[in-house]
Design a protein around this ligand. Structure first.
Ligand code: FVH
Length: 293
């Protein structure tokens, strides 16, 4: 269901004005909403107040000012600290907590909010601050679906809106899964740059080929997903036995160049175990089934 094209002006409070909270508040102001802001260090409210935001002296005052309260703090420990000081101000409000956290934390915060008469949404922001309100930003939401629908046109000021389920933990599950893919890619790319440096190859020279190669490999992700969902890991692309044979060459190269091989160890352990268990002719999708403890 697409979000409404235009939003009625809403009252929104933003708790937390770090890099991301500041971008969220600025986007809401830019969309014409009435925005109240609070930050632990009040100096950070200045630029937003200059853009038309209303400063709140306390989190409770910020919550009292708006129907919708967007929270974006460092972590959910900070959120819990702030929530503990809210008292009854949170009743009848919708709280959208876009702080990065775990599914268990989201469920616990949802229970806390619901007990106090609030509607709770948890969220995962799939963007860096500079992307907020741009075409590639989106935010995952889970929790109270009626609250999501009621405020969806306001959320649309931040980026695309994606509701992933009524279980408040689901946005965090999706968020953590997507971040896991990102960190895997980022760490791999940094390893590639580290290797290039040992031969004085400028990082810039490797950037284009990395984008081209990783992009080509990522294009196979839907096939990998279909293999995992169906349990049919047989492939004519690249067997685990072939990957197991190639990995020592990568590790030896890093060793020879004076670099750590730690990055490769988890992959080596998985490949060895997969082949040992008789999955040598399977594709890499098999590895996703071998992580359960
Ligand atoms: N920045 C990004 O690219 C990513 C994109 C994806 C989503 N993440 C998550 O967003 C949360 C906030 O990230 P941030 O980049 O805004 O972080 P900071 O700039 O470091 O700002 C942190 C704010 O949290 C406040 N804060 C910290 N501890 C407490 C506390 N105990 N009580 C109250 N507020 C607290 C801090 O306040 P202050 O230091 O200015 O007083 C900032 O407002 C985060 O979950 C990312 O994972 C961002």
């Amino acid at each position: 269901m697409p979000a409404p094209a235009t939003a009625q002006p809403a009252t929104v409070s933003v708790l937390g004005l770090g890099l991301m909270g500041t971008a969220l508040a600025a986007a809401l102001l830019g969309a014409g909403h009435t925005v109240t802001v609070w930050n632990r260090n009040p100096a950070r409210t200045g630029p937003l107040v200059a853009q038309g935001a209303h400063p709140a002296a306390t989190p409770a005052a910020a919550v009292a000012a708006s129907d919708l309260v967007i929270v974006c703090l460092l972590d959910n420990g900070a959120v819990r600290d702030v929530f503990d000081g809210l008292g009854d101000s949170v009743a009848h409000r919708t709280v959208a907590n876009l702080t990065n956290g775990t599914p268990a934390q989201a469920r616990e915060l949802a229970a806390w909010a619901t007990e106090r008469g609030a509607r709770y949404l948890d969220g995962g922001i799939m963007a860096v601050p500079q992307m907020i309100a741009g075409p590639h930003a989106y935010v995952l939401y889970s929790g109270d679906e009626d609250a999501f629908r009621a405020h969806r046109s306001t959320f649309a000021a931040l980026g695309d809106t994606r509701f992933v389920g009524a279980d408040p933990g689901l946005a965090a599950v999706h968020d953590v899964a997507l971040l896991t893919g990102m960190y895997g890619m980022t760490v791999g790319v940094m390893q590639a740059f580290a290797l290039a440096r040992t031969e004085n190859i400028p990082a810039a020279e490797l950037a284009g080929p990395l984008v081209e190669w990783i992009g080509a490999m990522l294009a196979g992700t839907p096939e990998e997903a279909a293999a995992i969902d169906s349990g049919k890991h047989l492939t004519d692309v690249s067997s685990l036995t072939a990957n197991q044979a190639a990995l020592p060459n990568l590790m030896e190269t890093f060793r020879d160049q004076g670099l750590s091989t730690a990055f490769f160890e988890p992959l080596r352990e998985l490949l060895d175990r997969a082949v040992e268990q008789g999955h040598g002719t399977d594709g890499l999708s098999r590895l996703a089934t071998l992580l359960e403890k």
